[in-house]
Write a protein that binds this ligand. Structure first.
Ligand SMILES: Nc1nc2c(c(=O)[nH]1)N[C@H]1C(S)=C(S)[C@@H](COP(=O)(O)O)O[C@H]1N2
Ligand SMILES: [Mo]
Length: 319
């Protein structure tokens, strides 16, 4: 079970205290970005007895793709509208965000609402690597090795009630550090996204805290972000501070901004164009200059795993 910060039994009393302390130190280092990649696999050799942090293995749901996008590209070409509408500026400006002592509020149709410390949530999870294709609605794509854990593992521990039909995620509201929130620019802040419950508990859906064997850079959504690889990138909300289980579909940021352009589902689909451009092909970033555009894959190539979620739906209507 998940440990609440107020009531409940502290994780330190359930897990062997030494294991708990070591896990915690590693999680702290990971979140602070001071962890050497090698330390994820095992704790330092001079601790006795030698204990292993669950090694950073590859998830069985990780995609077997040879060509990973160079990390420098992923870290310097970011969409983070709270900071800037420019992909380079947002990277730099995001460094002012405070990501330590991150807490997440859980509420709605669950038996265990409360404010949880990210460290406590992670202390109960096995972090794994997930290589996923990442496709933005702007028709560019990347391949990113995330570090994270299945959202379903967290949801189960919260004990959802049968009324829970949707999961809503809210990003941090921090106008002091987020210039576009300060001037109320473009979108309604804070940034909000949501999934249907069956999408949320699908094993491909993860919460990420790292990438490329290291902490998640601030510009890529630290301390905690969602990754839903078969949907357009805007569903993969960054800097999550609140997760709510709801009975009804909530309004989401991009859908509210332009409902005819950004649907609730946002499943990657080559045959449903954006009203202002085609989604038939995409530019794989980091590939060589003369590499032709690649054809967009339905559900971003994850159809075998997720198509059954939408079998009775008209994808043109539910875009
Ligand atoms: N809070 C928040 N989350 C967000 C966004 C944002 O502007 N704010 N942009 C979205 C969009 S449009 C995309 S494509 C991805 C980009 O993720 P990346 O910058 O790590 O590649 O994040 C998504 N999550
Ligand atoms: Mo995007």
């Amino acid at each position: 079970m998940i440990i609440k910060t107020n009531k409940a039994i502290p994780a330190s009393e359930i897990t062997d205290p030494l294991v708990f302390q070591q896990r915690r130190n590693i999680i702290k280092a990971l979140l602070a970005g001071t962890l050497l990649p090698a330390a994820i696999g095992s704790v330092s050799a001079n601790t006795v007895p030698q204990l292993r942090w669950p090694a950073l293995t590859k998830s069985k749901h990780s995609t077997d793709i040879g060509l990973i996008t160079p990390p420098e590209l992923v870290k310097n070409y970011t969409n983070y509208y709270e900071f800037s509408f420019n992909k380079q500026d947002s990277t730099e400006l995001a460094q002012s965000l405070h990501t330590d002592n991150w807490t997440i509020e859980i509420s709605g149709e669950v038996e265990k609402p409360g404010h949880y410390q990210l460290e406590d949530i992670l202390g109960r999870q096995t972090l794994q690597e997930y290589v996923y294709r990442f496709r933005c609605v702007e028709a560019w794509s990347m391949v990113i090795p995330w570090i994270g854990f299945p959202l379903v593992d967290l949801i189960k521990r919260l004990k959802p009630l049968s009324k829970a039909k949707f999961v809503k995620f809210t990003s941090i509201y921090d106008p002091e550090n987020m210039p576009k929130q300060r001037i109320n620019a473009m979108l309604d802040w804070p940034y909000v996204e949501a999934l249907r419950i069956d999408e949320a508990v699908h094993p491909l859906t993860i919460l990420a805290v790292g990438m490329y064997g290291d902490a998640l850079p601030k510009q890529n959504g630290a301390a905690l972000r969602l990754v839903v690889p078969w949907k357009y990138g805007f569903k993969s909300i960054k800097a999550i501070v609140k997760i709510e289980l709801l009975n009804r579909a909530p309004m989401t940021t991009w859908h509210a901004f332009a409902p005819n352009e950004y649907g609730f589902y946002a499943n990657v689909n080559p045959s449903v164009p954006h009203p202002r451009w085609s989604q038939f092909s995409e530019r794989r970033l980091g590939s060589r200059f003369f590499t032709p555009r690649r054809q967009t894959e339905l559900y971003n190539g994850y159809g075998e795993q997720v198509a059954s979620l939408y079998s009775d739906m008209d994808l043109r209507h539910f875009y």
